[in-house]
Design a protein around this ligand. Structure first.
Ligand code: 3PG
Ligand code: MG
Length: 394
C-alpha cells in the first residue's frame, strides 16, 4: 500500500525556510473581508502552521484565490493573511508578489518563527500549467515543502505537483487526515453506509454516483441530482434545473440499484404564475407543474431520510439538499444535518457550499469529519487518482 510522506517530529525545521501550500480559496465579501461561512478551510492549516512556528521554522505560506486571469486587485491575498493572522494570533507579513528579487530579500531576512504569505499563485499563469521553472522559483526560496491544501489535491498545478520535484516534500497534518479518513470510509466503513448526494452541478456528480452506488447501502438524493431522478421516474420537474444529457444514465442507475436509491416523495417549490405572482408551496413529487421550480426536499422526504439515517452507521454527504442561498429553502438541508447529528452516525461531509451553509446555520460541530475539499473530495470518492497525493506518496 502506497504511503503518504507526512510531516513529523523527526524533521529538523529549525532555521529552515518551509514553503507551506495551504488552501485559502475562500469567498471575499463586497467589503473586502473573508466571508465567515468559508473561513473553516483557511483555518484548517492551523495545526501545521503552529507546529512549524514552534519548531523554529521560517514559514512561507502560499495559496491561490479564485480563478484570476493575471493580477486581479480583488483577488489579492491581503484580507486573507489579515484574517489568518487574527485567528492564529501570529503576525503574518503579506507580500505583493509571488517570486522575484524583492520577495527573496524579505525571505532572506526572516527570523525563526516568522511567517510570510506570498501573493495569489494564480496571478502567474504558470501555476496552473504545472510549470517546472515556476515551481523551481518557488522552491528556491525554501528547504522543505509541506502541502496542506487537500482542496487542490485534484489539480496538477506547480505549487502542489511540480514543486515536489525540487524539495523534500510532506503532507501537512490536515492533508494527511483528509486522505486517511476518505480512504477508510471507502475501504473499511461501518455498515450500513449511506451516501447523501445532491447539489446543483449534476454533471459533476455522475462519476461519483457511479462509483459510490455499488459500495453503499443507501443513496439519498437532493437538489439537482434529485430532480434528475424524479424526471427519470417519468415525473414533471417544471422549470427546475436538470441535465438532459444525463437522463439515460440516471435511468440506468434507477434500474440497476432500485432498492438503494431514495428520491424525494415531496418537494418545496417556487411557483411563478404567468402574471409574475410568486408563491412557495409543498407538493407531492407527482404534482409538480410547469410553472414550478423545485428548490428543496419536502417535510415527508425529510422524515423518510431521517429514518434511513437512523439505520446507518456511516454517512458520506456532499451537496446541500436545496437552494440554501435562499432562506425559504434551507429546511431540507437543516433537517438532514440535524438527523445525522441526532442519530450519532459517523458522517464525512464535504463540499464548499455545504460546509459554508452548515457553518452559517451553526450546525458544523459534531460531524465525524468535515472535509475542506469540494472537487477534491468528490474526485477522491469517485476513485480518481489525485496528482498532489501521488506526488507525496512513496
Ligand atoms: C476548491 O475551491 O475546491 C479549491 O480551492 C480548488 O479550486 P479550483 O476549483 O478553482 O481549482
Ligand atoms: Mg476553488
Amino acid at each position: 500500500m502506497a504511503e503518504l510522506r507526512i510531516i513529523n517530529d523527526k524533521i529538523d525545521f529549525r532555521g529552515k525556510n518551509v514553503l507551506v501550500r495551504i488552501d485559502a480559496d475562500v469567498i471575499i465579501d463586497k467589503n473586502g473581508n473573508v466571508e465567515p461561512g468559508g473561513e473553516f478551510r483557511l483555518f484548517g492549516s492551523e495545526k501545521t502552521i503552529k507546529f512549524l512556528v514552534k519548531k523554529g521554522a521560517r514559514v512561507i505560506l502560499m495559496s491561490h484565490l479564485g480563478r484570476p486571469n493575471g493580477v486581479t486587485e480583488s483577488l489579492r491575498m491581503t484580507p486573507i493573511a489579515k484574517r489568518l493572522s487574527e485567528y492564529l494570533h501570529l503576525p503574518i507579513n503579506c507580500l505583493k508578489e509571488i517570486t522575484g528579487p524583492d520577495v527573496k530579500n524579505v525571505v532572506s531576512d526572516m527570523k525563526n518563527g516568522n511567517i510570510v504569505f506570498l501573493e495569489n499563485l494564480r496571478f502567474d499563469d504558470r501555476e496552473e500549467k504545472n510549470d517546472s521553472a515556476f515551481a523551481q522559483e518557488l522552491a528556491s526560496m525554501g528547504q522543505i515543502y509541506i502541502n496542506e491544501s487537500f482542496a487542490t489535491a485534484h489539480r496538477e498545478h506547480a505549487s502542489v505537483v511540480a514543486i515536489t520535484e525540487f524539495l523534500p516534500s510532506y503532507a501537512g497534518y490536515l492533508f494527511a487526515q483528509e486522505v486517511e479518513v476518505l480512504r477508510e470510509v471507502l475501504r473499511n466503513p461501518k455498515r450500513p453506509v449511506l451516501a447523501a448526494i445532491s447539489g446543483a452541478k449534476i454533471e459533476t456528480k455522475a462519476s461519483l454516483l457511479k462509483n459510490l452506488l455499488p459500495q453503499v447501502d443507501y443513496l439519498l438524493t437532493g437538489g439537482g441530482v434529485a430532480n434528475m431522478f424524479i424526471q427519470a421516474k417519468g415525473l414533471r420537474i417544471g422549470s427546475s434545473i436538470s441535465e438532459p444529457s444525463m437522463l439515460d444514465f440516471v435511468k440506468e442507475l434507477l434500474r440497476d440499484f432500485p432498492n438503494k436509491i431514495f428520491v424525494p416523495t415531496d418537494v418545496k417549490v417556487l411557483r411563478e404564475e404567468q402574471d409574475g405572482k410568486k408563491s412557495i408551496m409543498i407538493l407531492n413529487s407527482e404534482s409538480v407543474e410547469d410553472s414550478d421550480a423545485i428548490y428543496d426536499i419536502g417535510p415527508q422526504t425529510s422524515e423518510i431520510y431521517a429514518n434511513i439515517i437512523s439505520l446507518s452507521k456511516t454517512c458520506i454527504w456532499n451537496g446541500p439538499m436545496g437552494k440554501i442561498e435562499l432562506p425559504d429553502f434551507q429546511e431540507g438541508t437543516k433537517k438532514l444535518a440535524k438527523a445525522m447529528l441526532a442519530s450519532g452516525v459517523y458522517v464525512v461531509v464535504g463540499g464548499g457550499d455545504t460546509v459554508a451553509a452548515l457553518r452559517k446555520m451553526n450546525l458544523l460541530t459534531g460531524f465525524g469529519h468535515v472535509s475542506t475539499g469540494g472537487g477534491a473530495m468528490v474526485a477522491f470518492l469517485q476513485g480518481e487518482k489525485l496528482p498532489a497525493v501521488d506526488a507525496l506518496t512513496y
